[in-house]
Design a protein around this ligand. Sequence first.
Ligand code: URA
Length: 453
Amino acid sequence: MAQTESVVNYQEMIRRKRDGGQLSSAEIRAFIQGVTLNTIQESQIGAMLMAMWMKGMVAEETLALTKEMMMSGDVFHWPEEWAGLVVDKHSTGGVGDKVSLPLAPALAACGCKVPMISGRALAHTGGTLDKLESIPGFNIHQTVEQVRQILQDVGCCIVGQTENLVPADRVLYALRDATATVDSLPLITGSIISKKGAERLCALLLDVKFGRAALYKDLNSARTLAQSLVTVGNSLGMKTGAVLSRMDAPIGHCVGNALEVCEALKCLKGQGPDDLKELVKSLGGFLLWMSNRSPTPERGQMMIAEVLTNGAALRKFQAMLEAQGVSTHIAHSLCSETTDYSKHLRPAEYQTQLQVLDDGTVLDIDGMVIATVLHRLGAGRTRAGESINHSVGAELLVDLGQQVHKGQSWIRIHHDCPVLSPDQRADLQGSLIIGNGDSYQANVRVVEFIQPN
Ligand code: URA
């Protein structure tokens, strides 16, 4: 990236934004160039982020910010014959959200190319890269050339951000974390869409979560974020849509890195919990429709269901594991029908089951509480770069809406410390809401679809 202006008055730009003014596209370009080339002081970046957080940005500014961030480093280039085939999804993060693991190979089995660039766990939410790293040998670090080769050979990969992909986001994200400016609509939009734009996708689906265990707690604020992401994604030439999905109880039965890999493998073998399967089919159906591989989202869902049951998605997953460094023996064993997962995914030292305290119906399970306890047991990180324990996790032994009896086990915690503390036990027990079955209402996960515009 070459700097276009030799002298940039950052101070003046910060003052104008601070006072509620609008920045021009040229000024935003100069700011992002300063960030990328390290020609602006860190204090000035922090001040500008805070001004953007406090005063917000109009649509033109958000688009310019996203575009300049996207162009701050490498962008992928794909062979012409892949036109219309390159798709991806992004989730704003949840508890037990292992959807990417079956979805990427299922889409590849339907003929798509899926260069899935994923993130790590932060705060209570899990990260796809951490889940995959519980598989011995799995290498999330792939160069641009390797990504292209894996897509050619397999059709999907799940990788970390390559060294020079959207370098401006690396700097800005770290400083947003340090300056309490993460939760800003234009800054989140710029951060998410710039990375997806650099993937040069034809279709992008955003899974914007709302609920207790999501970044946004209520549907309206999640919708506002989704609309911003959809507008900017489409303006950058990607067909971009979004689903709004409920994130209160964990997705599926398992939370925690290695346990979630096991559950994703079950889904790829046509088994596993219904809510996970429904989400994979729903998101996959929209993406197949958006990339013109199916005439309707419903037909797309049927195509995804078929590759989950006929083994085609599982074979893609196995090939992806091998292409990303897992030995043929382990990849084959994990993907076989009769595998003992604990042979390859290290189990935790201890398991503790908790019992239901009353007879009744399971009305709710608070995913946020479970995630917070697992985080304290080592499953998550508080700061980027911290190591995590892949074996820590929880298995739900009951379903929402199920009749249960006092004394019945409802959750199994996998942990490496010898005992759970009284506080941890109390928090977990408080996350299970038992009541009268008449007041139980089953909730669908996906409540709304925002169409590409
Ligand atoms: N994910 C990102 O990549 N960036 C954000 O700002 C928030 C979520």
